[in-house]
Design a protein around this ligand. Structure first.
Ligand SMILES: CC(C)(COP(=O)(O)OP(=O)(O)OC[C@H]1O[C@@H](n2cnc3c(N)ncnc32)[C@H](O)[C@@H]1OP(=O)(O)O)[C@@H](O)C(=O)NCCC(=O)NCCS
Length: 184
């Protein structure tokens, strides 16, 4: 499926564009954001190359992931949310926002839109998320979304020069539907 555009009350999920480069540096170029992600802070040159690859990958068939920009009401990129597709109708959720927009509920909105897309449009059965043990906001967010903790993945990622554990969470389709009381 391409292109994807999902509108929420305050933010929208949309495909990346080449002119998102400067705005995306407030996310991937900020060490305070990337310290709890699975990759290191990026230079502008690195990000320019990655962004071009991300834009091209979105149009590949079959699509390996849905990596989308989180855009505010001015259509400015303020973050990203991603579902990577795995086997047996599974997906892995990832997300990050620029620091100036933390604590406003935007991540809750963006991830809820992506999860609904994953279960309804992509027909996933299971969505998992691996987050850093020190990422309190992320753990709180996943709990609020109805995810269940599954355990600790030891030395799961090598980031910022060191191995780091992750906490694994998952949400199953029927749990999500029951929580929404739609039973469909
Ligand atoms: C994780 C992240 C996306 C959360 O974004 P956000 O927009 O601030 O989150 P929200 O405002 O939607 O809040 C979600 C929940 O986290 C809580 N929260 C937010 N910041 C928090 C913090 N610093 N400490 C503890 N809880 C926090 C909120 O209170 C809310 O819980 P509630 O609904 O029970 O009140 C953001 O902090 C971020 O981009 N971090 C860096 C990247 C990252 O860690 N990504 C996740 C990788 S697994």
């Amino acid at each position: 499926m391409f292109p994807i555009e999902i509108a929420g009350p305050r933010i929208a999920l949309r495909e990346f564009r080449i002119d998102d480069l400067d705005a995306s540096m407030a996310v991937v170029g900020d060490a305070a954001v990337t310290q709890t992600l699975s990759f290191d802070v990026r230079t502008r040159d690195d990000q320019a190359e990655r962004l071009s690859l991300d834009i091209a990958r979105a149009q590949s068939e079959p699509r390996p992931d849905y990596y989308l920009a989180v855009a505010n009401s001015n259509d400015t990129l303020i973050g990203f949310v991603r579902i990577g597709l795995g086997r047996d109708r599974s997906g892995e959720l990832g997300y990050a926002l620029r620091r100036e927009d933390w604590g406003k509920g935007y991540a809750a909105e963006a991830t809820a839109l992506m999860i609904a897309f994953g279960f309804d449009a992509l027909r996933l059965h299971r969505i998992q998320a691996a987050c850093g043990p020190d990422s309190r906001a992320s753990q709180r967010l996943l709990a609020r979304l109805g995810f269940t903790p599954e355990g600790r993945l030891r030395d799961h990622v090598f980031t910022n020069g060191a191995w780091r554990d992750s906490l694994l969470y998952s949400l199953l389709e029927h749990e999500w539907r029951e929580a929404r009381h739609d039973g469909s």
